[in-house]
Design a protein around this ligand. Structure first.
Ligand code: SF4
Length: 307
């Protein structure tokens, strides 16, 4: 099995629909037809049902179709640093080499622009270890049609829902239509998995959807509207992960409001509203516990262990 080459001759895989012939030039996501990965690393910092005791093996794809101006992973998403080209069999071999027996979750991080490779990779890994679970960790800027293609290959969806306000989505990610696409993609994810998170005997997620929202400084109204949209479309039974870990990155040119960290009073407004709406499943990241650090992908053995 391999992907249908038509996807790359006139690429419309993601909502950018930039029509790049990826065999000849890179698209708006900076991806070509070749699979590029910047890091494959065991990560323990995800939600407890994803990381568990031993962590998840995260595969960080290079480049990105959303390209937020403040990206915490800017080295690999915006600058295409540390990327390595793989053919599918090489990537499968590398994952097999790095995945210890006690870990059975593999995270595809920022996979949207390479999503058509995932069915083949997944089948090859499942034929090796059938118990493996696959986590699709995207920015949410996905097309529902592509999520439908992944139906049999993803166990847990972990999308962001970043923006509810088109002007904010445009200002920070050049994606005025973000919320419309993210909402349809998440609807498809929930159609596939339902709103329940199914856990195994070890307390690890084996099926479901967890929606992440990173609260940005100076953008509380956006966060409140994100919660409104989720409430209006899915009610309170969904699993939410509210995140406070935004860190301004010196190397990036940021507007003034993004040059500072999130304040406690702003974060509390979002938490209060989340509780007022009645959301009751998920995680609220502790602002006090956030260390000011960003991953450094130059530390190839573990970008998250660089302080
Ligand atoms: S995945 Fe990349 S090349 Fe394809 S439509 Fe999106 S931005 Fe363009």
């Amino acid at each position: 099995m391999s992907y249908d080459s038509k996807y790359f001759t006139n690429c419309n895989i993601c909502p950018r629909q930039c029509n790049a012939n990826r065999y000849e030039r890179r698209g708006s996501c900076a991806a070509s037809d070749e699979l590029e990965v910047s890091s494959i690393v065991i990560h323990k910092g995800e939600e407890p049902v994803i990381s568990g005791e031993y962590g998840i093996l995260n595969v960080f794809f290079s480049n990105c179709n959303l390209r937020c101006i403040y990206c915490q992973n800017y080295q690999i998403s915006l600058n295409n640093q540390y990327s390595k080209k793989y053919i599918v069999d090489e990537l499968v071999s590398e994952i097999k080499k790095l995945l210890p027996l006690e870990i059975y979750h593999i995270g595809w991080v920022t996979p949207t622009h390479y999503a058509i490779f995932l069915p083949e990779i997944t089948e090859k890994l499942r034929s090796w270890r059938p118990e493996l679970k696959f986590v699709y960790n995207s920015s949410g800027y996905d097309k529902a049609a592509m999520i439908r293609l992944l139906k049999n290959y993803i166990d847990v969806y972990l999308p962001d829902f970043k923006y509810a306000i088109p002007d904010i989505a445009q200002k920070y990610s050049h994606a005025r239509n973000y919320s419309q696409y993210a909402l349809s993609a998440i609807k498809e994810m929930i159609y596939q998995k339902g709103t329940n998170l199914i856990l195994d005997d070890n307390g690890l997620a084996v099926s479901g959807v967890i929606i992440r929202h990173l609260v940005l400084p100076g953008n509380i109204e956006n966060s409140l509207k994100v919660l409104d949209i989720l409430y209006d479309n899915f009610g309170t039974n969904i699993w939410l992960s509210l995140m406070a870990q935004y860190t301004p990155i010196k190397q990036l040119t940021l507007p003034q409001e993004l040059q500072v960290s999130l304040t406690e009073s702003d974060y509390n407004k979002v938490i209060d509203y989340l509780e007022e709406l009645g959301f009751y499943r998920g995680w609220i990241q502790d602002l006090e516990a956030i260390d000011e650090y960003i991953p450094d992908f130059a530390h190839t053995s573990n970008p998250f262990d660089c302080n």
